[in-house]
Each structure stands twice: as C-alpha cells, then as structure tokens.
Design a protein around this ligand. Structure first.
Ligand SMILES: [Zn+2]
Length: 396
C-alpha cells in the first residue's frame, strides 16, 4: 500500500509519520451516487483518530451526507469525489484536528475538557484548543475518543456531586442528564457519600473570613521572601527555575487577577503548560480561603492542570500552602480542599490515591507531608471506595 507523509508539505521521505494514501471508490449512480473510502480505518489508525472524525469532516467540508458503519468498516460520502480531492480535504482535517498547533507534530491526543477540545501533544507537551467553530468540533465533543469517555463520565459525576453537596434546587435533586446511563446508579450512591462528607467537613469548619489585613499581607510577603529564588523548583531541568519564581511573585503581587491575565503571564514567562507552574499556581492564587476559592477558579485550573505530572504538582502546591503557610487554619480543612479539587474535576482518582499513600519530601518536609496526608484521610478513604465501586462497575 502506498504511504505518504502525514504532513504532505513535508517532502522528506524519511519523515517518520506516514499514512496510507487515500483510496476512493465511486458506487451507484444518479441521485444514489456515493464515494466509499475503503481504507479509512487504516488512515484513521495512522492518525490515531476514530474513522468517523475524518469521514464527518469530509461531510462538513463538502456539504455532503456521510455514513459511518464502524462494524463493517464502511465509510461513505454521498456524491462523487475523487481521491485527490478527498486527500486535500484530509490535509485540512490533519491540520485542524491532528497536528499540534505549537510544533506541528501529529502525535496528539484529543482531550475533552469543559466542552473544549484540547490537543494534547506528546512531543512538546503543549495543549492547544482545537478550532471550536468548526462543525466537526461539536461532533467530537459529543463523541469523544474512547480514552476520553471515562473523563466525561467523571465530569458528569462531579457536576452532580456538586449539585448535591451544595443543595441546589428543591430537595437537592440530581441534575438530569439526557445521556444518563446505567452507571448513574453507582454515581448517585457515590454522590450521596460525597455530599455526606461535605456535610461532615462543613461541621468542623469554623467561620473564616479572608484575611487581607496589612499584617497578613506583610506576613505572606515575608514567607515568600523566605522561599527565595529557586523555592519552586527542586527538580532540575533546563527550563530555568527563575521563571517559576517570577510567576509566583507576580501572582502574589496581583489582587485577584483574572484567569486570562494569569494565562497571559504564564505564557509570557514560558511556564504555561509546564507541570511546575501548577504547583506555583495553587500555592500562590489561593490563601486560607482555598476551599471557597477553588470553585471560582475551575476553568483556570483545568487549563493548567492536565497530565498526571501536573496533577501531582498541583497537590504539591496545596501541600505547601497548607503545610508552610496556613497550617493552623487549613490542616483540618484538607478533606474539604481535596473534595473541592475533586469536584473541579482536575485531579484523577488514582492520582489522589497515589498521592495519599505515603509522605513525600518533594514539596515540603516529610513531617509536614505526613501531617497533611493524615489530615486527608477521610477524603482518601472515601475516594478509594468510590474508585473501587467505579472500576467494579466498569468491569461488568
Ligand atoms: Zn507540540
């Protein structure tokens, strides 16, 4: 089978990303004329996308009806279209929905976050939002690739947990979801427990108000000074540690900066998309009111906290905030803080569980880490059970 470069603008025959050249076969005639792409499955596999994505893309671009029969691997576009024309349209699909917008490498995964399509680049680590105005984007969001489907379920679940915990609506009823499926029964049970845990945590919380007194601010600045240059980077790499300190110092200076400004600053400093930025972000944009601040920053957190590494760093930032800055007030609120992060759907169950397993001296002294993780126990026990039930459900 003839192969071509995934990026046809690259003429190098040693370019490592190849795909089969598109084959088309016209069937029928008159009004029933249609074009079959017999090797769509192979092309899609080379691009790591479900075959329905490029097929639907053809439909959008040509204004033609398409038919995707995954079971029989038959992908059809109505009308008569030659292979070269389809190949050129496929270039557009690859450019929009396969290549990384930052480095043009095709090794990207599609992640659906907050109804945005993120192209997660394995080569450079960038996560760019796909062209959400394209009609295909709506289809992709509704039909995420298989690996994204678990994520979506989690988002739904977190949304219901939040609705329950915060008692929205009469009787704190569940959010109706048109996609409700069998696993919602389990979800509901978990959500009830989550709501229960919220209640418990609320009982142990005393009133607190944001301490913006001069003394408190002065104290924070002093602590920041103590952190000094290099405080945010203990693991060496060639990214230049200073950028993180600059990012942290900038965040501390701002009074309630807007999400977009934070992203712009992170981009300017070259730390956007880097996992260490997650640690700095969590440590610096939140204070002793972190539990009430997290829900207001969900969108921002989702933009920064992506892969497992980023999730771990965010938990590290939380450990530093609790352990180094506000231990007296925040230690007993750790389960609530973790629950808020869970509800924000930025950290996966497994990452919470692994994080809680043993104290680590990566972000704080081992003793402090031990204290924080001990304080986290009610949450960790809950998530272990919830997660177990979820995987039992999945294996059925
Ligand atoms: Zn890239």
């Amino acid at each position: 089978m003839a192969t071509i470069n995934v990026r046809r603008d690259v003429k190098d025959s040693f370019y490592r990303y190849k795909m089969p050249r598109l084959v088309s076969k016209v069937e029928g005639k008159g009004n029933g004329i249609k074009t079959v792409v017999p090797n769509m499955t192979e092309i899609a596999r080379a691009l790591s996308r479900p075959p329905a994505y490029p097929t639907k893309y053809f439909g959008c671009e040509l204004g033609a009806q398409v038919k995707c029969d995954d079971k029989n691997e038959r992908y059809i576009v109505n009308g008569e279209h030659d292979a070269e024309k389809l190949q050129t349209i496929l270039d557009g699909f690859i450019s929009k929905f396969v290549l990384c917008a930052s480095c043009r490498n095709p090794e990207t995964d599609i992640l659906i976050k907050n109804d945005d399509i993120l192209m997660d680049c394995k080569a450079c680590g960038a996560q760019n939002v796909a062209d959400m105005r394209h009609k295909l984007s709506t289809y992709i969001v509704k039909n995420p690739p298989a690996q994204a489907s678990k994520n979506q379920r989690r988002q739904r679940k977190a949304a219901t947990a939040q609705a329950n915990g915060e008692g929205h609506g009469p009787g704190g009823g569940f959010v109706e979801d048109e996609e409700a499926s069998d696993d919602d029964i389990i979800s509901q049970r978990i959500n009830k427990e989550a709501a229960g845990l919220n209640m418990e945590s609320k009982l142990v919380q005393e009133d607190w108000s944001e301490d913006t007194s001069e003394a408190a601010v002065a104290q924070r600045m002093k602590e920041l000074a103590v952190k000094g240059v290099g405080a945010f980077g203990t693991e060496d790499d060639d990214e230049g540690e200073n950028k993180y300190d600059l990012f942290g110092a900038w965040l501390e200076e701002q009074e309630n900066p807007a999400d977009d400004d934070i992203i712009a600053k992170a981009e300017e400093l070259g730390v956007y998309g880097k996992y260490k930025a997650c640690q700095v972000l969590v440590q610096c944009i939140f204070d002793e009111s972190i539990a009430t601040q997290i829900p207001k920053r969900v969108k921002l957190l989702r933009k920064f906290i992506t892969e497992e590494k980023h999730q771990k760093a965010a938990l590290g930032g939380m450990e530093r905030l609790v352990g180094l800055e506000y231990k007296d007030v925040l230690l007993k609120k750790v389960p609530t803080i973790l629950m808020k992060l869970y509800e924000a759907d930025v950290i996966e169950d497994d990452v919470f569980i692994k994080w809680g397993e043993k104290p680590s001296k990566r972000y704080v002294d081992k003793d402090i880490s031990k204290e924080v993780k001990k304080a986290a126990k009610p949450f960790l026990e809950w998530i272990a059970t919830a997660s177990e039930e979820e995987s039992e459900e999945e294996s059925d």
